[in-house]
Design a binder for this molecule. Structure first.
Ligand SMILES: [Zn+2]
Length: 340
């Protein structure tokens, strides 16, 4: 028993330490937006490869909105798979053009900020989609699956691409490049630089679009929706709202009336990472503002009673029986009426 108690204390200290380490690891200038990215396990690109330069244009007023919509955010975050592709692109670039850098101008952008940008564009509603993906359709930036990039040469000068980033004149559309090159509006050097950037990004697994030379996607929207988390808000509190729907951990028998043994209650779902709970809990439900974890599903009170004692012996001393009907918690009185 003493050994068990020490093990529990050790596990407790271990998790407290883990939390402290992650808190200490965040620099003092970490903004709420950056904390959202960290919470969603997105990757700080420069931490992977400091050869990639970051110059977030939406953290300045040097963008098409002429307004800072990212606050003090200085570090760029992407889905880990996308960040890894960008590192590959930088490696290819360093091999081909030593001393050159990818400059990341925009990476993950919460949908909530996309909406703010949509509202701020000073053009008629019908014209807005020329400047920005409509929030109701979303953008791959909202999943950390798109990047806006530029190149910096060995003399630390931005490479000529024919237009600045975020220029919405047709000269910036890759689809019209050949035409503009032919009539001289796009210089041969700028044309070749765009081809070089596209080839580089394609080799690393990105695809280009027809309307912005700086924008590259890592996958399709369909794939992103399926596999990545949508960064819907830039406020931490919006990620703390628990889902009102029950979340099933297994397909345990839940039809009709069952008795479950409640072994743990938590304000946040993260406690499931505790290995012992992870092994024993097979059902989670949301009730009166809390996540509640249960073990087993039994048709009779006697079986549930035996399981409760077993859970007690595993250290879940506060365990008790909860009757549930169609996965909803009900009172003992209602349960006994159903049984009759
Ligand atoms: Zn973009």
């Amino acid at each position: 028993m003493i050994l068990k108690s020490y093990t529990k204390i050790f596990i407790g200290i271990f998790f407290i330490c883990l939390n402290s380490v992650s808190a200490v690891a965040q620099p003092s200038d970490t903004t709420e937006l950056e904390r959202v990215f960290i919470l969603l396990k997105l990757t700080n690109v420069q931490q992977l490869d400091s050869n990639i330069w970051v110059d977030l244009k939406y953290s300045t007023s040097d963008n098409f909105l002429k307004s800072n919509v990212y606050g003090g955010l200085t570090r760029a975050y992407l889905h880990p798979e996308v960040a890894s592709k960008l590192v590959d692109a930088q490696k290819i670039l360093s091999d081909q053009k030593p001393g050159w850098h990818i400059v990341l101008l925009d990476a993950t952008r919460p949908l909530s900020i996309q909406k703010i940008m949509w509202d701020q564009i000073n053009v008629p509603n019908t014209e807005r989609s020329k400047y920005l993906s409509e929030p109701r359709y979303g953008s791959l930036h909202n999943y950390g699956a798109a990047v806006d990039v530029q190149l910096l040469n060995e003399n630390n000068q931005l490479v000529d691409m024919g237009t600045p980033f975020d220029s919405f004149e047709k000269l910036s559309y890759p689809i019209y490049e050949l035409e503009y090159r032919r009539n001289g509006q796009l210089s041969e050097a700028a044309y070749q630089n765009r081809i070089f950037l596209r080839k580089l990004m394609n080799q690393a697994g990105f695809t280009s679009i027809t309307t912005e030379w700086w924008h590259f996607n890592s996958c399709t929207r369909k794939e992103a929706k399926k596999r990545y988390t949508l960064v819907h808000s830039h406020f931490l509190k919006d990620y703390e709202v628990p889902s009102p729907e029950p979340n099933f951990l297994s397909n345990s028998d839940s039809e009709g009336l069952v008795f479950r043994v409640q072994i743990c209650t938590s304000g946040k779902p993260k406690e499931l990472t505790w290995h012992k709970l992870n092994h024993q809990a097979d059902f989670k439900y949301f009730h009166e503002g809390l996540y509640k974890y249960t073990s087993g599903a039994f048709k009779t009170l006697e079986e549930a009673q035996n399981h409760k004692l077993k859970m007690w012996s595993f250290g879940f001393k506060g365990s008790f029986i909860v009757p549930m009907y169609q996965n909803k918690r009900i009172s003992i009185k209602d349960a006994s009426e159903i049984l009759q």
